[in-house]
Write a protein that binds this ligand. Sequence first.
Ligand code: FRU
Length: 487
Amino acid sequence: MRYAPVLFLLVPPVLFPSGVRAESADEALARATAAVQAAIPRAQSDPARPIFHVTAPAQWINDPNGPIFYKGYYHLFYQLHPYSDQDGTKYWGHVRSRDLFKWEHLPIALAPSNDKGEEAIWSGSCTINGNGEPMIFYTSIARGKSAFDHAEQWAATSEDDLIHWKKSTANPVLSEALHERKIYDWRDPFVFHHRQKTYLVTGGHLAKEGQAAVNIYEAQNPALTQWKYRGVLFQVPDAPTAECPNFFNAGSQWVLFVSPYGKVQYFIGDFDAETCRFTPRSHGLLDYGSNFYAPNTMLLNNGTRLVWGWVNGFPNGHGWNGCLSLPRQLTISENGELKQAPAPQLTKLRGKPVAWHNVRADTVEKPLQLPETNSLEISAEIDLENAKSAELALNSNLKDMKPVIVSYQDEQLSVLDVKAPCRLSGTRKLNLRIFVDRSVLEVFANETVWVTKTISPLDNHPTIAVRSESGPANFKLVQAWPINTIW
Ligand code: FRU
């Protein structure tokens, strides 16, 4: 809601509690920056705060936004609530990296323009428009209106390497008037280019409850300020909504990600650019853990596609909350399966390794001493041979701390309480990459199964124990490295 100027004349401003008065985006930026700054000492002294996952300097973060590689830098934005370590009004925070393993914090990129009726800056994407300008698309939430019923898609452009952003004078660049039908929870614009045309997809649902739908629009001008609604790209079966859609091609196939208030789903199939309809052939889950949501992808010049998700589920009250997952590199296998591997650059963060060769595990646990830190990577090449199961348990000497167990049995991978289907080929080999970053655990199995979980941090003297059942499994090579900070 906009305040009529006359109201300010009649009611002395002092009667407005701070934060209710209509602030400009610049004022909001300054206030938010100071709030994040003030929370840094508490956040950064928390021993559970991850060191090799992207986080804000302090306070709450959620979705990764607008990943883009531009002029030699990987840029990531993220949903930031600058005023507490719990969910609240959103801004866009910003980090960048030259190499994908060392990152730097940059000034907050976008703040709400209260004076234009804007309450919050929700998720979106970043692209280069037809005039060569970097351009952010995001969901603008209006003051006093519920996001369920009403939203607009706004844009901003930058002239200085993505640091400062100016909101477009054409805002809203997409409004509900484009649709012939009501779309609830309409949000999260994601831009992609295909055969000289630019498209944008948004999420939402067509019924008050259910009928999750990804909507598609086609740009009508090079500045990307005029759009035409092309209808529903795809209705997601059995989902309440389709937040943060990402739609891109990988070779001859098209991939759609949606976040349906539950585990993130992916679909692989065909896109008919004439009709703007997507027909999936296969689908699955991007991550089997319960703490990975709202992923967003970045396309590199060499065609590589990277993905980051929001890791959630941390306790409140520590001055920070939330981080982004490690960057994962996406590919589609020959048999049409989605594969994700930790970005190869992450190996640059490794410290001095410890390694064990050909540890033949059986029912007796064989404890091995890990590097003296609770931010580490463990990789294991396991040959199950005739064993029924293989297990790796991470132990801490902390009282009441249960081991973190990663195990395989009966075509199933278990990571703590998470169970994921995991089929081994005839050779029965299992390759694990396990990243422990204080309170974040990410496990990759054979590049086809991924599990992200928040955990209680280990102590600085962790050990690992391996065992197997019904015959020894050969842990051909187990390696572990302390992992350095990304900052
Ligand atoms: C997903 C989401 C998005 C929305 C943003 C708000 O986590 O709900 O749909 O744009 O978060 O922070």
